[in-house]
Design a protein around this ligand. Structure first.
Ligand code: NAD
Length: 315
């Protein structure tokens, strides 16, 4: 049985599948040629990450396809309900990348409060001639310890992000309509400290957070728009490593320009893979190209988790 891993799969996952007789092809077939290739090559499973989309037309046109696998969490690039209705297995790897995404959030947060992202842009061109000017420009850094991180969406990634922030000595508040309470395990050396947290209202979070990190699924409406920005503290820092569109991008730019929002960090964008130039060029935004799960450890876990599920469903 042949599997097309169109956005790649970690070698360990490929090896596990091949060890039980699957053929795994990792070449990337362009979206417009996918249907033809799947049918010509008789693929029974299509594995994707976020780049390849699997819509109704593909599902209808590929009758031999038995399984669609998403390496990662969000399934918004797959017509999941329709695929299941047609009898296909649809699987993902929800827990594999939580730690990596949380670490990227912390990287953006540390980078934002000390202007690391901007210094990295300025130093190559102005570092030799304007060293002291830049030094002065970045003299208003702040510390994370003691500040309040507000987390919107307290599922897997929200909770792991909380554990890192608590471990850094930050206060953590969260809002999640579906999680009233949560126990966050903070690793300190070889020990775990369990911290109990309770959900608060979104308004209370917006009013009290120094930094806000979003960890909700893609929603019908942005979780943060003009109305929410208006309720935040002046100088708030916002991070979105969830999904493009979870923040209203135009409203974000307006509030960065007005000074209401001090900085933003974005790993995800509307219109990926061609994000708005206004975001990409904005001096107050720290940017990464949707790499939350892009660590060797997360990719290995994703590959293994996919292999285990495929073997159990298709072997
Ligand atoms: P999860 O399902 O475990 O958690 C999502 C949480 O959001 C749930 O607890 C849910 O109750 C809560 N929620 C839903 N609607 C809400 C609302 N309106 N307000 C507040 N909370 C709400 O998902 P997860 O694994 O933690 O993933 C979170 C997000 O991160 C998803 O959007 C996912 O696609 C994204 N993600 C990004 C990357 C990346 O590379 N940047 C990698 C993996 C996942």
């Amino acid at each position: 049985m042949k599997i097309l891993a169109n956005d790649g799969i970690a070698p360990i996952g490929k090896q596990q599948l091949e060890a039980v007789g699957f053929t795994v092809v990792t070449e990337t077939v362009p979206q417009h040629e996918l249907i033809k290739t799947i049918n010509n090559e008789n693929y029974v499973a299509l594995l994707v990450r976020s780049a390849t989309t699997v819509r109704k037309d593909l599902i209808d046109a590929c009758p031999n396809l038995k399984l669609i696998g998403r390496g990662g969490v969000g399934m918004d690039n797959i017509d999941v309900a329709y695929a299941k209705e047609k009898g296909l297995y649809v699987i993902n790897t929800p827990a594999s990348s939580s730690q990596s995404v949380a670490e990227l959030v912390m990287a953006h947060l540390f980078g934002a409060v000390r202007f690391v992202y901007d210094a990295n842009r300025q130093m190559p061109t102005n570092g030799a001639t304007g060293f002291n000017t830049l030094k002065k420009k970045y003299a208003k850094g702040i510390e994370l310890r003691g500040k309040t991180l507000g987390i919107i969406g307290f599922g897997r990634i929200g909770q792991v992000t909380a554990s890192y922030a608590l471990g850094c000595g930050m206060n953590v508040i969260f809002t999640d309509p579906f999680a009233e309470k949560a126990t966050v395990n903070v690793k300190v050396g070889n020990q775990q400290v369990a911290i109990e947290l309770s959900s608060i209202s979104k308004d209370e979070l917006l009013q009290n957070a120094d930094f806000i990190s979003l960890h909700v699924p893609k929603l019908d409406q942005p979780a943060i728009g003009n109305e929410e920005f208006a309720k935040m503290k002046d100088g708030v820092i916002i991070i979105n490593a969830a999904r493009g569109g979870v923040i209203d991008e135009n409203a974000l730019i307006a509030h960065l320009n007005s000074g209401k929002v001090a900085h933003a960090a974005l790993d995800v964008f509307e219109n990926e893979p061609t994000p708005s130039e206004d975001l990409l060029k904005h001096p107050k935004i720290s940017l990464t190209p949707h790499i939350g799960a892009a660590t060797l450890e997360a990719q290995d876990r994703i590959g293994e988790e996919l292999a285990v599920q495929i073997i159990s469903l298709l072997s």
